[in-house]
Ligand binder design. Structure first.
Ligand code: COI
Length: 351
């Protein structure tokens, strides 16, 4: 692989704790172009702006997808990433749905390993911090005719992050707008899914909520996900989460936490979860926990949900809460602080 390194590292120039999420980028990025019906050799180059035409297909018609992962270092200073293959496969499922070329494994996986090896020192060593990995794929034809682009660019950038959410969340169960519908692209990590969520989220934030819990497009009756994360509940010691469908993202944190719960012999249910059931469980005091799960969000405690004019406060989280025990264990694995019994991590040796 061609590797062009920076003349001078920018490491340490900014305190990422003080900055908005995802605004301190590491020195290098991986770039691979798709041209003439084939993938060209990937390169690692200094992180920099890219020149583009206003007619760029991705800008005009939104053929753009992405992924989100995190890297930590273990006690030997080696980079570790979590379930890299799940993100790789999901990126290609998104690519197929958005009529884009699939990315070969050697570009995504080997490219990411090489990038993390090169920028190992950018992986934060502090507690609650990580190097966030953002692979993107976008259409690069310079033509405003509506058709799938012939040319694409795949890029992996990384950035230092602290916590995504700073406090337990107040969420609005959305009764009007939708994130996605059956037959749509909700299961894909399409950039437009996030764009369309912004206006309803802004309205919710103006009312004092941090996030929206989306409901199904047909009836606004069932809980979907939160856009930046999947949703999990504990009712009567049963871990419950909305079942996957083509309108929800198959989160890697979601599937990992469910696996931990099953390994611990907890009852787990992946099924439709109605707002009515949620409120009934709150009313009869069987609702123990509601929380979000996602790569960036990690395990995001929810302290209150709002529906139809009523605020529903959630019980206080304790050290026995599943989000603390299960989420804590998951984080220990991800950060290389306990044995990786499920063989989820990839370790990238120091150069
Ligand atoms: C992630 O969790 O990695 C995501 O891509 C969510 C994004 C809204 C930050």
């Amino acid at each position: 692989m061609i590797i062009q390194t920076v003349a001078q590292s920018r490491l340490g120039e900014k305190d990422f704790n003080e900055l908005p999420f995802g605004s301190v980028y590491a020195d290098h990025m991986l770039v691979a172009d798709y041209e003439n019906n084939s993938w060209q050799a990937p390169k690692i180059v200094p992180f920099a702006r890219m020149e583009m035409s206003p007619s760029l297909s991705a800008l005009n018609y939104g053929q753009a997808i992405f992924e989100g992962m995190k890297a930590y270092v273990n006690d030997n200073g080696e980079a570790i990433t979590f379930r890299m293959n799940e993100n790789y496969e999901r990126m290609n499922r998104s690519a197929i749905r958005m009529c884009m070329p699939e990315i070969p494994e050697h570009i995504f996986v080997d490219g990411l390993k090489a990038l993390l090896q090169l920028d190992n020192k950018w992986i934060p060593r502090q507690e609650n911090a990580a190097l966030y990995i953002r692979p993107i794929l976008f259409a690069t034809d310079e033509a405003v005719g509506v058709k799938p682009s012939d040319n694409y660019r795949f890029c992996i950038m990384t950035c230092q992050i602290a916590s995504y959410f700073k406090e337990p969340l107040k969420v609005l169960i959305e009764p009007e707008f939708i994130r996605s519908a059956q037959g749509g692209v909700g299961f894909a990590k399409a950039a437009g899914n996030y764009a369309s969520a912004m206006y309803p989220t802004k309205l919710a934030q103006e009312r004092g909520f941090h996030q929206i819990i989306w409901t199904d497009a047909a009836e606004h009756k069932y809980l979907e996900e939160s856009g930046a994360m999947n949703l999990m509940l504990v009712i009567n010691n049963v871990v419950i989460t909305p079942s996957l469908s083509d309108s929800k993202l198959a989160g890697v944190t979601r599937m990992s936490l469910l696996h931990i719960a099953r390994t611990w012999n907890m009852q787990v249910e992946e099924r439709l979860v109605s707002i009515e059931e949620l409120i009934a469980a709150h009313t009869n005091n069987t609702l123990q926990e509601v929380f979000g799960v996602g790569t960036a969000a990690n395990i995001a405690a929810i302290k209150m949900f709002h529906y139809n004019g009523v605020d529903y406060e959630l019980p206080a989280i304790t050290e026995n809460s599943f989000q603390i025990k299960g989420g804590g264990y998951l984080n220990q694995i991800k950060q290389g602080k306990t044995t990786d019994v499920f063989n989820w991590n990839t370790t990238i040796p120091v150069k």
